[in-house]
Design a protein around this ligand. Structure first.
Ligand code: DER
Length: 232
């Protein structure tokens, strides 16, 4: 089956297995989550589910509003029952690269506020080690005035290179929902992701990294043969 169908399989499995009545649900960003929101709306209608949704981006907020789902936020619900989100790549230890869609910071905040963080992805994201399939590097959200020194320091300390993400439908760099820039760090070779995440996060000017280490409870992968693979 095609990747889009595989995304839908993973999304439906996650929503059906992890969302119950009277829950606060974190809604991720990207293309896979669209299927999850479709299923959430369908279940609300069919089962009269009472849930509220906390979005992780302007995109997620629009999805929630367009589906008529109850919108909430971390002011009202600082603790969520479950957060569901996509990933750019998932390794054997459930370490994720996220941020391909530029929404990593609010995604990581919401994921951290949830009792359970569930990842949904198609088979192209299912790797043994990070970098096997995802070749665009680790996104790092940075304060605009600091992107050059931060980029240089990452390259100097960890190798590879960290390039400023340029926009396609707008002149100049991508500006995140938080008003920041993104560096895509094209790393070389295997890393100790827990260490690398901590060190990059400590660099003055870094807002957040797209490395989600030890956060995901479970990942659902829609597979090419139409099955769903679960990784805990
Ligand atoms: O940008 C993001 O963090 C997205 O969640 C990304 O990791 C997954 O996007 P996709 O579902 O479109 O592949």
């Amino acid at each position: 089956i095609m990747a889009e169908e595989a995304k839908k399989l993973a999304a439906y499995a996650a929503v059906d297995n992890h969302v119950q009545n009277n829950q606060v649900v974190g809604v991720g960003s990207g293309s896979t989550i669209v299927y999850a929101v479709d299923r959430l709306a369908e279940r609300v209608r069919l089962e009269k589910l009472n849930i509220v949704c906390v979005p992780t981006s302007f995109q997620a907020r629009q999805l929630v509003l367009q589906h008529g789902l109850p919108l909430s936020d971390l002011d009202r619900h600082p603790e969520l029952d479950v957060a569901i989100d996509g990933a750019d790549e998932v390794d054997a230890g459930l370490t994720l690269i996220k941020g391909g869609g530029g929404c990593l910071t609010q995604e990581k905040i919401v994921a951290a506020c949830a009792k359970q963080f569930i990842v949904i992805a198609d088979y192209r994201k299912d790797s043994a080690a990070l970098g096997e399939q995802w070749k665009k590097g680790v996104p790092v959200e940075v304060i605009p005035m600091a992107y050059v020194p931060v980029s240089r320091r990452i390259a100097r300390r960890f190798g590879g290179e960290a390039a400023l993400r340029m926009a396609v439908s707008k002149a100049g760099p991508v500006v995140t929902d938080n008003g920041n820039f993104i560096l895509d760090w094209k790393f070389e070779g295997a890393q100790n992701w827990k260490e690398v995440n901590m060190h990059i996060k400590m660099i003055p000017g870094v807002v957040e990294t797209g490395l989600f280490v030890g956060m995901a409870e479970r990942a659902y992968f829609g597979m090419e043969d139409g099955s769903v693979r679960v990784r805990d």
